[in-house]
Each structure stands twice: as structure tokens, then as C-alpha cells.
Design a protein around this ligand. Structure first.
Ligand code: 6PG
Length: 484
């Protein structure tokens, strides 16, 4: 009964998070299904400064080594392995103990697990962890959502182990079970969007601007000193400098197959956005781009059949084009984060989670994959006005967008004319152009719905619900089959 916290599941994330907790002075008990990893972790703890970490090969001994109420973080593969681990460990637990699942999990699974454990008085928390291997070891962004009392049990540990930024640790009590998983899921959707938009800028700068890898490296590195400053921009700059590691001439990036893999959290975000009637076109474009990339053989075959523009590619002024692309990327990012924030809010309203959006932006400022300087401005926007309907209409962001739309349009126009797909950046601009218009062509869609289905419509000039007899127009059209 001497350890402060337990960690079960010693793959990369588990090992590193266990060492992180130990480094912050907590005595950590570790356990794993295959015992070899227990020895590895104990060795690492010794090697990294004799950290207070004890290894256990028997789950019962592991549980019994913990101070009560017990706190156990599990980091095993999402889905069935989590269920199996909970079933196994909960046999040794008592009322008041807490299990924290730190994996990328589909939020209803966390809700189901919490319900299962509730009759036994065992608390449950789903906690998204972002930052990969390095984040887990040195300070990740932690997104916890748990049963009442669960956060208080974890707070002393997670506020110390999370990344620290100027306004505190990158964690807060997001809300009930499922809400932490949800915020992490949206984080990953935004991650997909950011990565796709950066890939599009790379394509445009290379194909239209003619930038070499060295110039791309300089461009992204210099962008990291601007309003685009972020982890993903920083690593992109580094990627372009990396020489091939197999001895081929040039940079490694040029030898990597253009097929994107994924574990699926981005897909969940889009499923959820549809469920909540919440526009998420940037993340959806990013997801589609991954699906299209996976169809390499089809694309290679189609290349010989389908034609691009026949007009010559317009010449561009390199420096001016780089500046335009930078503006287009920034504007598109704002749209994507606005959509992500709105999705969190919609889900929160429907599921009874009053999630603090300013705090979500704050805890993404450090540790996580989408960490970016402009998250501080997003935090301020929601702090100033928690009911802000959309980040786009915040005074700071609207002025940033309005001063960059000309550049954004030039980039999308050039991409279209040149036949270079920029689906996420174009979708972001289309969203901006829809959102900023007081009237849209949806009146016609409503007329059609009423015409063929009697679905009714509202009018702009009087209250009420209307249905029109469109029959005479219908007769005028006649039978399409007869006319053709
Ligand atoms: C993080 C990441 C991480 C995710 C990978 C891979 O926040 O540290 O989001 O959780 O698993 O980025 O995601 P895909 O395989 O779906 O691209």
C-alpha cells in the first residue's frame, strides 16, 4: 500500500506517461499483460534518474500496492482490450477507487464503462492524452472527463504531469464521463484538418511556386515565427531538411509513398459532426483526402484517362505567392478551429456537458499535436464572449480574416485554374462565403422540397408555415420520360 498511482499498459504511451508521473514525485506502480515490458520500464526508471517506480507482474499485487482510494491509469488499445483490462482489474478494486482510461476512445464506450462500474462504487474517467511519445514523457495535453469526484482524485497528479503554459497546466475538468474523449476526438479532427491544409500549401508552393525542398524548409521555418506558429508548422520545416536515410539522393520526403494511414479518430469526428448538425467541412475534406490518397492504384490509372486544364499554368511571383498562401492557410485554420469549437459546443448542449471552450483552447496551447500560438487568441475570444456563436465573428478574428480574404481568394482561384486540388482550403473559403451571407439559395431548395414532398416552408415577409400547390408548374414540366 505504498504507491500513489498505478499504470497498466506499458506500450510507448504507457511507459512514457508512467515515467512522467514518477519524475513528478509520485510513486508509480506499473503492470502489463506481457511481463517483459514491466522489466523494461523498471530499467528505464532506473536509467532516467532512479525514478520512484515499482514493477508488478501480477495484476492483483499491482492493485494491492496502491494507496486507497486507488488510482489506476490504463493505456491499452481502445475497444475490447480496455473492456478486458477493466474486467480484470475491477475484480481487485473497491468502492471509491478510480480507473482512468487514457486511450483515444469512442466516447459512448467510456459512458458504458462508467455505468458498468457505478453499482460497485468504482469511479471511471476517460482522459484524452495528446502529444505522442514525447508529450507523454515531458508533458502532454490531458483531456479528462469523469464521474463526480474523479477529477479531484486525479487533479494533484495531472496538473503536475501535463504540459505547463503561461496560464497554467494543459488540463482542466472538462466535464462528465465521455466529454474528455469527445474533446480529444475533436482535437484529432482538427489535427487531420491542419495536416491536410499544410499538405495543400506544400503542393501549391511546390507545383505553382516552384519552391525547392530547401526553400520549403525556409518558408515553413519562417512561418513558425508568425501568426501560423505551431508544432505542425515547425515539424514541417524540419521534414524538408531531412536527407534520405537509405542513401538515395535528396530528401526523404520525396521517397515517401503518397498514401495516408489512419487509426480512425478523424472519422469519428465527422460522424459526430453529422450527428450534431454541425458543419465540419475542413475536417471532412481532410478525411476524404486520406481516403483518396489510399486509392493509389486507381489514381495512377485515372491519370492516363482524365485531363487537367489545357490552358498553361499561370506564372506566379514567388514571394507574393508565398505571402498569399500564408494568408490562405491562416484563414482556413481559423475556419477549421471555429468548426471544431462549434462541434464541441453542440455536443455539449445536446449531451448536457457545459464545456468551457476558452479552457479547451487554453489546454491545447501546449503539449498536444495542434499546439499553436493562435490558440491563445481563441481562448481570449471565448473568454470575452462565452456565447460567441462563431469564432469568425469575434472582433479580432473577423478583422484578421477580412484583411486576408483577397489573398485567400487568389490562392483558391489559382489552384482551381491550375487543376491543383486544395480541398480543405477551398472548403474553408466556401464556408466563409456561406456564413457571411445573410441570404443563401436555400429558398430554392425549400421550394423543391415543398414541390415534391409537401415539406412546407417559411416566408421572409410573414410568419407561419406555408405549403403551395405547385401543380400547374408541374404540369408545364410534363413527363420527362415522354419528352426525351
Ligand atoms: C495525439 C494524436 C494521436 C493520434 C495520432 C495518429 O494527439 O497525440 O492525435 O492521438 O493517435 O496522431 O492518428 P491517425 O492514425 O488517425 O492519423
Amino acid at each position: 500500500m505504498s504507491c500513489d498511482v498505478g499504470l497498466y499498459g506499458l506500450a510507448v504511451m504507457g511507459q512514457n506517461f508512467a515515467l512522467n508521473m514518477a519524475e513528478h514525485g509520485f510513486t508509480v506502480a506499473v503492470c502489463n499483460r506481457s511481463p517483459g515490458k514491466v522489466d523494461d520500464t523498471v530499467e528505464r526508471a532506473k536509467g532516467e534518474g532512479n525514478l520512484p517506480l515499482l514493477g508488478f507482474k501480477d495484476p492483483k499485487d499491482f492493485v494491492q500496492a496502491l494507496k486507497r482510494p486507488r488510482r489506476i491509469v490504463i493505456l491499452v488499445q481502445a475497444g475490447k482490450p480496455v473492456d478486458d483490462t477493466i474486467a480484470h482489474l475491477s475484480g481487485f478494486l473497491e468502492a471509491g477507487d478510480l480507473i482512468v482510461d487514457g486511450g483515444n476512445e469512442w466516447f459512448p464506450n467510456s459512458q458504458r464503462r462508467a455505468e458498468l462500474l457505478r453499482p460497485k462504487g468504482i469511479l471511471f474517467m476517460g482522459m484524452g492524452i495528446s502529444g505522442g511519445e514525447e508529450g507523454a514523457r515531458k508533458g502532454p495535453s490531458l483531456m479528462p472527463g469523469g464521474e463526480p469526484g474523479a477529477y479531484e482524485l486525479m487533479e494533484p497528479i495531472i496538473t503536475k504531469c501535463a504540459a505547463q503554459v503561461d496560464d497554467g497546466p494543459c488540463t482542466f475538468n472538462i466535464g462528465p464521463v465521455g466529454s474528455g474523449n469527445y474533446v480529444k476526438m475533436v482535437h484529432n479532427g482538427i489535427e487531420y484538418g491542419d495536416m491536410q491544409m499544410i499538405a495543400e500549401t506544400y503542393d501549391l508552393l511546390k507545383q505553382l511556386g516552384g519552391l525547392t525542398n530547401a526553400e520549403l524548409a525556409t518558408t515553413f521555418t519562417s512561418w513558425n515565427e508568425t501568426e501560423l506558429a505551431s508544432f505542425l508548422i515547425e515539424i514541417t520545416g524540419i521534414i524538408f531538411t531531412k536527407a534520405d536515410d537509405q542513401g538515395a539522393p535528396g530528401e526523404l520526403v520525396d521517397y515517401i509513398l503518397d498514401k495516408t494511414g489512419m487509426k480512425g479518430t478523424g472519422r469519428w469526428t465527422i460522424q459526430e459532426a453529422a450527428e450534431r448538425n454541425s458543419p465540419a467541412c475542413v475536417m471532412a475534406a481532410a478525411l476524404d483526402a486520406r481516403y483518396i490518397s489510399a486509392r493509389k492504384d486507381e489514381r495512377v490509372a485515372a491519370e492516363a484517362i482524365l485531363k487537367g486544364p489545357t490552358d498553361p499554368t499561370p506564372a506566379v511571383d514567388k514571394a507574393a505567392f508565398v505571402a498569399d498562401v500564408r494568408a490562405a492557410l491562416f484563414c482556413s485554420k481559423v475556419v477549421s478551429y471555429a468548426q471544431g469549437m462549434n462541434l464541441i459546443r453542440s455536443a455539449g448542449q445536446e449531451l448536457g456537458w457545459p464545456i468551457d471552450l476558452a479552457e479547451c483552447a487554453r489546454i491545447w496551447k501546449g503539449g498536444c499535436i495542434i499546439r499553436a500560438a493562435f490558440l491563445d487568441d481563441i481562448k481570449k475570444a471565448f473568454q470575452q464572449n462565452p456565447a460567441l456563436p462563431n469564432l469568425l465573428v469575434d472582433p479580432y478574428f473577423s478583422s484578421m480574416l477580412n484583411s486576408r480574404t483577397a489573398a485567400w481568394r487568389r490562392v483558391v482561384q489559382l489552384a482551381v485554374v491550375s487543376g491543383i486540388a486544395a480541398p480543405a482550403i477551398s472548403a474553408a473559403l466556401a464556408y466563409f462565403d456561406s456564413y457571411r451571407r445573410g441570404s443563401l439559395p436555400a429558398n430554392l431548395t425549400q421550394a423543391q422540397r415543398d414541390f415534391f414532398g409537401g415539406h412546407s416552408y417559411q416566408r421572409t415577409d410573414r410568419d407561419g408555415v406555408f405549403h403551395c400547390e405547385w401543380t400547374s408548374a408541374h404540369k408545364a414540366i410534363g413527363n420527362i420520360a415522354e419528352r426525351t
